[in-house]
Design a protein around this ligand. Structure first.
Ligand code: NOJ
Length: 722
């Protein structure tokens, strides 16, 4: 696919002039209000309505569709008539709007390793958001999901810096196509790396570490033209990121050349005073935040008074305010909000058939086959009776995941499913109209039920399993266990789920387990009890339809894990690219290895890798080389393989990870055919970040690893010369 041009169009000289003229005319109050974003949660209704009527606010968040009218009217009748930007958490589709397409979660879509797909999801989402009258998506999350206890791992593209960078840039290209909406890279910086996996907590990393692992995705999206950034709640080494002049002004704006604007996260200015005890009042908070490089305050109404006072006292020079306002107005200009040229698709795109089709493809590519003893694909002709068992078999809420109309902004837990919503149970029923299918949930995940009811459910499920040819067991987590403030101290399956798996497998050999979860959980028990195991994460509206088609072999698997699965909660962190050398490399009471590694994913096709060839086995540090490998599909089934290229520096003056991913490619390989995959790699990709923050490639030997599962490798050695 041709990459779309997401780079914001250059603003015309007329618009630049208009922005300067506006800034020249604006009062301090008008400027400060442009720097303010409010939700209806921020103030008592009467006060909030007055603000809406006055129409000075730069932005609102969590306003949906038809509601935008009164906000726009307020702005249009204000002195300068500057229209607001409406921001929304459309993080896997415009999912806060009931009826819009709900795509798989970010973690699920990352299993595809498919930049083209992710870009298309971005574009479809942007069309639905813009058609709904909104302008700005608070997406993508570029945090690295390395501490699985953290409640927001489902929102990440997984644990690898390169995958996060590439998929992050792809979704932004989609969002910002033709200025449909502005994207927002969040949460800057290292939010997911907080100590203990604690949401919005302190992170102990050095700047060198930040540059090695956490900054590259943000730099990649600046290069892709991302229009806005959101700061993280947390702090790095005791300094809240939102007052870090180093990370915001010096690195993001000056060094990376970010020319959009920075918004804080929810009530961050207030948190500086009330939760982090950094500023004595809102005036000091405004001073610290604005001088550091924040341009817009999300949902701290006190910012208006604080910032005004700080400017009047001379604590914030006017040029800082003008710079923030200029950045905000430029983004508005790029969206067509300043000169009345804003274009919006017709509302009929919301939840349209074309997006449903794309969503089905996304759901298919999001499923990862972890185990298969040959039971899959299920043979329709031999299926007498199927028992579908498990608490997530027919729970569309657990399937679609966090950040939907069910949980935000005003939770609507009683909402009915969309017409398009297909769970594993309804998907199997539709795909197997002539097969007897019985359904038993077997247990609950978190709900309170009596012991009698719990036993009754368990026994009914065991009886159904005993009687069935095949059990499809659907386990996992639910909405209560994923998202902000939902960090877990234990990743074991909740409730009686492991017991259910054990007891079912004792009465039926043919158990196919499907995990519908926000993030990796501890699956040791489940693995032992399963003839096949699928990891689906939150597959969106059509997750169940995709699972049914994959189980029956109507479709093939191509997904790979973008994140590793631990042996137990205590063996965290388990990301693949850690340092070597830890006495015996293991805890005394756990195996050396993870349960599943980054990169794993089986398929109905079988691929054989040839030897790795290098264009040259010696190159200079500023050179480039090519890595080539032949991959043969030795099965009778057409398939897609995600080929991964890693490296390791064999002698380096700093510790280097056991392996680092430097490229990947999705390749279609028809049955019986061989495809040659070539990666072109600049030698600079083999570097490490020095204490001076340079990328250094030290001369010496490097091992290159090519793999289709992150565990078995074909290798070659390359020498970098002086
Ligand atoms: C809090 C979250 O951290 C952020 O991701 C989200 O975009 C904002 N609030 C707005 O809802």
């Amino acid at each position: 696919m041709k990459k779309s041009n997401a780079k914001p169009a250059k603003i015309s000289p007329e618009l630049e002039k208009k922005i300067e003229e506006l800034i020249g005319k604006m009062t301090l109050n008008e400027k400060v209000n442009q720097m303010l974003q409010l939700s209806y949660h921020a103030l008592p209704a009467e006060e909030f309505n007055k603000k809406v009527e006055a129409g000075l606010q730069g932005s609102y968040l969590h306003v949906l569709g038809p509601e935008t009218g009164r906000y726009n009217d307020g702005a249009a009748s204000s002195r300068l008539g500057i229209m607001p930007m409406f921001g929304i958490d459309a993080v896997h589709g415009h999912a806060l709007l009931h009826g819009a397409t709900v795509f798989p979660s970010q973690l699920a879509m990352a299993c595809s390793f498919d930049e083209e797909l992710v870009e298309k999801i971005g574009l479809a989402t942007a069309k639905e958001v813009a058609a709904d009258g909104l302008d700005w998506v608070f997406s993508p999350v570029l945090c690295i999901g390395r501490d699985l206890r953290w409640g927001r791992v489902d929102e990440t593209f997984g644990e690898d810096t390169l995958v996060v960078s590439r998929l992050g840039a792809a979704i932004i290209r989609g969002y910002q196509t033709d200025g449909l909406v502005a994207a927002c890279a969040k949460h800057y910086l290292a939010y997911g790396e907080a100590t203990g996996g604690r949401d919005a907590y302190d992170t102990e990393i050095t700047e060198r570490k930040a540059r090695e692992s956490f900054l590259p995705p943000f730099r990649a999206v600046v290069d892709a033209g991302c229009m806005t950034f959101m700061t993280a709640y947390g702090s790095i080494d005791g300094i809240p990121v939102m007052i870090s002049r180093r990370y915001l002004r010096e690195i993001l704006k000056d060094e990376f050349g970010f020319d959009g604007f920075v918004v804080t996260d929810w009530a961050n200015f207030q948190a500086l005073v009330k939760r982090q005890y950094i500023a004595k009042d809102e005036t000091e908070a405004a001073k610290l935040g604005v001088l550091a490089g924040n341009d817009m305050s999300m949902n701290t109404p006190e910012f208006e008074r604080g910032c005004t006072e700080a400017v009047e006292r001379g604590d914030i020079p006017m040029e800082f305010i003008d710079d923030a306002v200029r950045r905000i107005l430029r983004v508005k200009a790029r969206l067509g909000l300043l000169d009345g040229t804003r274009k919006r698709p017709d509302r009929s795109v919301i939840g349209c058939a074309e997006h449903e089709k794309l969503n089905y493809r996304a759901a298919l590519e999001s499923c990862v086959l972890l185990e298969n003893n040959g039971i899959l694909p299920l043979d329709r002709k031999k299926l007498g009776k199927v028992a579908v068992i498990g608490p997530n078999a027919d729970d569309w809420r657990a399937q679609i995941g966090d950040w939907t109309f069910l949980s935000h902004p005003s939770p609507n837990p009683d909402a009915e499913p969309n017409d398009v919503n297909v769970t594993v149970l309804s998907g199997l029923r539709a795909a197997l109209p002539d097969t007897e299918i019985v359904y038993e949930p077997g247990c609950v995940i978190e709900k309170e039920i009596s012991d009698e009811e719990s036993d009754r459910m368990m026994h009914a499920a065991i009886a159904a399993a005993r009687d069935a040819d095949v059990v499809v067991l659907v386990l996992g987590d639910d909405l209560a266990e994923n998202g902000e403030t939902k960090d877990r101290s234990d990743l074991t399956l909740y409730g009686r789920q492991n017991e259910l798996a054990r007891r079912i497998s004792a009465v039926c050999q043919n158990v196919v387990t499907v995990m519908v979860t926000g993030k990796p959980l501890v699956l040791g028990e489940v693995k032992k009890c399963s003839a096949a195991l699928l990891q689906c994460f939150n597959g969106g509206d059509l997750g169940g339809k995709a699972v049914a088609a994959l189980l029956l072999g109507d479709e093939n698997f191509s997904g790979k894990l973008p994140i590793s699965f631990p042996y137990s909660t205590g063996t965290l962190p388990c990301y693949y690219n850690q340092y070597d050398y830890w006495h015996d490399g293991r805890y005394m009471d756990a195996p050396t290895t993870n349960l599943y590694y980054f990169g794993r994913g089986l398929s109905y096709s079988e691929f054989e890798y040839g030897d790795v060839k290098l264009s040259s086995d010696k190159i200079s540090a500023d050179g480039e080389f090519a890595v080539t490998v032949d991959i043969k599909n030795v099965s009778e089934r057409d398939g897609v393989e995600v080929v991964q290229l890693y490296f390791r520096d064999l002698v380096c003056s700093r510790l280097t990870p056991v392996r680092t991913l430097i490229d990947f490619a999705r390749v279609e390989i028809p049955a019986g055919e061989t495809k040659t995959v070539t990666f072109r790699v600049p030698a600079s990709s083999l570097g490490f970040v020095s204490e001076k923050y340079d990328n250094v490639v030290e001369p010496g030997d490097f091992r290159l690893f090519v793999s289709g599962d992150g565990e078995h490798f074909k290798t070659a050695t390359l020498t970098v010369t002086e």
